[in-house]
Design a protein around this ligand. Sequence first.
Ligand code: PLP
Length: 433
Amino acid sequence: MDKYPSYDELYARLSDLLAPCLAQDWPNLPVERAEGVYLYARDGRRYLDFLSGFGACNVGHNHPRVVAAAREQMERMVHAPLGVIAHEAALRLAWELAQVTPGGADMFFFGNSGAEAVEGAIKLARYVTGRCGIIAFLGGFHGRTMGAVSVTTSKVRYRTGHGPFLPDVYYARFPYPFRSSAPDPVACAREALEDIERLFEYVIAPQDVAAFLLEPIQGEGGYVIPPREWLVELRRIADEYGILLIFDEVQTGFGRTGEWFAAQAFGVEPDILCLAKGIANGFPLGAVAARRDLMKRWGPASHGTTYGGSPISCAAALTVLAVIREENLLENARIQGAYMLEQLRRFRAESPIVGDVRGVGLMIAVEFVRPGSRDPNPEAVSRILQRALEGGLLLYPCGHWTQTIRLIPPLTITREQVEEGLSIFRRAVLAES
Ligand SMILES: Cc1ncc(COP(=O)(O)O)c(C=O)c1O
């Protein structure tokens, strides 16, 4: 390789340049431009993106209004550490977010990422309750930093070799209707709640628990949608014992479920929210949100940040909120999502490996099984993903056994683009059956 290697030479050496956790992920597409629901690769190929940059680009890649707002802010001021500088974009964003966040959350700590939001939420919950216990839920994913990975159990390999983890974290079952032997949603919720009763009886007194921390719909863990009854009951238990209910809405937030937040889709209000991804459509931003009465008890200098709530990301986020409203993206997520679910459910009759099709809004997944059973089928998933990619559709798996494929296009997707994606997906699935 000469002194100034070309992109192609660098790409050939990807695994010498990037850590294996990045280099050996899939598919490492050589993309050089993105617009709306499409990615454009160096070889001229166009891919329909049903991953939305890991669920971040809800208003589509490089939305021109979001890019313009960020550019305009960048030309005025790139960096302004909150606390030292009170820039307008952060204040305006806090005010705007309070109009849409559930649970009356009207005060914000801005960070840079989802994991940081989770870290902040854990610290806030412990600080204001004076309790240490955190109850997290099996199959949950909350990020890769030490606090966040301590509450993450979607795959054991995310944890292996990284311990010891945060003390005083306990795990309870997350209700998984497709994999539960319970006969109905209420029984499925009941079965999961028994784990909490067991924890309270044998392991930790409820008076020592600061928070329940959960994704209202599990993301990385497999797009698992709990029965509403379970969330309602968690809220009740939390109220009974003064435990805070933390919703990690990093993946479910900002219109993904057809509502601003999954909390609103379920009608259950959290005390603390973790936000990131869709908040700024790809610009790095995260937030911990809570009601003022709670957040005000987190004392001065208890937490802080250099880059969190960057003016550029906040300016982008403000425009994201406007675009979601003005382009009616919540409604579009509901309409296109309902159509996708209906179409995908037909696959179930066509293919013996389609075990379950589920979704809320445009947070949709198909779980694959071995024919005639519920045994997870990760091998089929890997071949389907590869075939879909060859057909021009980028998808990504999830689930404890990597047995599930998520379909999360930008919320701007049109019916025509939905049809385009579904037909590639269908061909990839049927080739397997
Ligand atoms: C629910 C949830 N929480 C937290 C995170 C971590 O976010 P980040 O990768 O921005 O740290 C993710 C990322 O996938 C997520 O899906």
